[in-house]
Design a protein around this ligand. Structure first.
Ligand code: BJW
Length: 258
């Protein structure tokens, strides 16, 4: 980048040394360059779909066919795209850091895993899992598309003599995030606090809780905070270091691994 005097300004790198523990929080912006629409942008998913009807337990109760059509479309779209350099850069970072790295993603598309990330907490669930809307059977792998009027029913409930629909294993508005997922993040931040802890948020609007307040939890543990986003998110002032732009470009050169 050229400075006011025409000289080159070196972009500050995020130095990763042997004492660094890094928690990365990702959102829809990270998958945007793979061709998956974000939620709140002008072409965002919520522009064409009423949030409360497709991403809430009440919406599912009122119109399960509409909800399954929405998530079936999302399954089809996610299947046809590939991880981008942003996903790959995070997978490489994990390879270098091992257990000193944890990725909490709000994305349900599975692209981080496809890029090679393994230490991943899918905070809002997975497009590729289905669960029962009634019983406690474990969510199971499912890439099926249910958009032809056929709604899937729970076989476990059927065996017990009642009818219940299956639903996507997604955390909808008003639903709790899995306590084991939040506990894993909390444990990582506590362990990291004994070292140099870094909190890095990427491609998220900071509009949805509790993900948006994780930065405060990390700050309370002494974390250094970094943000990579196309535009300032709702919680931008909580970050000390900000890089504005597309994550697929920035993440390729952000880290200085020593
Ligand atoms: C780029 C880029 C590029 C673009 N490079 N960047 C406290 C206060 C107020 C309300 C609440 C609160 N605590 C809880 C709530 C209620 C609610 C909530 O947060 N509401 C807010 C909207 C106000 N939260 C919940 O209900 C949560 N449950 C819960 O807390 O339970 C307890 C409780 C319930 C009720 C009351 C109180 C407590 C559950 C939230 C589940 C969210 N689920 C969704 C949908 C399901 C997933 C799916 O279908 O895929 O998850 S909502 C949707 O938003 C989705 C996303 O994961 C989530 C976050 O969106 P994200 O990732 O930030 O995307 P965008 O589109 O918003 O932003 C993209 C960003 O990327 C932008 O900034 C771009 O600039 C940027 N970008 N291209 C870098 N190339």
């Amino acid at each position: 980048m050229l400075g006011a005097t025409g000289g080159l300004i070196a972009m500050q790198k995020l130095v990763i040394d042997g004492n660094t523990w890094l928690f990365a929080l990702t959102g829809a912006g990270v998958s945007a360059e793979s061709g998956i629409p974000t939620f709140r942008g002008s072409d965002g998913l919520w522009e064409n779909h009423p949030v409360e009807r497709v991403a809430s337990p009440e919406g599912f109760r009122d119109d399960p066919a509409l909800v399954w059509r929405f998530y079936s479309e999302r399954r089809k779209a996610a299947k046809s795209v590939a991880p981008n350099p942003g996903h790959v850069a995070l997978a490489k970072l994990e390879e270098a850091m091992g257990d000193r790295f944890l990725l909490g993603t709000q994305n349900v598309d599975g692209l981080h895993t496809r890029a090679g990330s393994t230490r991943v907490v899918e905070m809002h669930g997975s497009l590729w899992k289905t669960k029962c809307s009634s019983c406690r059977r474990a969510p199971f792998d499912d890439a099926e598309v249910y958009d032809e009027g056929h709604l899937p029913a729970c076989s476990t409930c059927d065996e017990h003599g009642h009818f219940a629909l299956l639903r996507p294993d997604i955390v909808w508005f008003g639903e709790m995030l899995a306590t084991e997922n939040l506990a894993r993040i909390d444990r990582f931040l506590s362990d990291g606090a004994k070292h140099r802890l870094v909190f890095l948020a990427i491609g998220t609007s900071g509009a949805v809780h509790p993900a948006a307040t994780l930065v405060d939890l990390a700050r309370a543990r002494g974390a250094e905070t970094w943000l990579v986003n196309l535009e300032p998110p709702a919680n931008a002032q909580r970050f000390e270091n900000t890089r504005t732009g597309a994550s697929g470009e920035i993440l390729q050169t952000l880290f200085d691994i020593r």
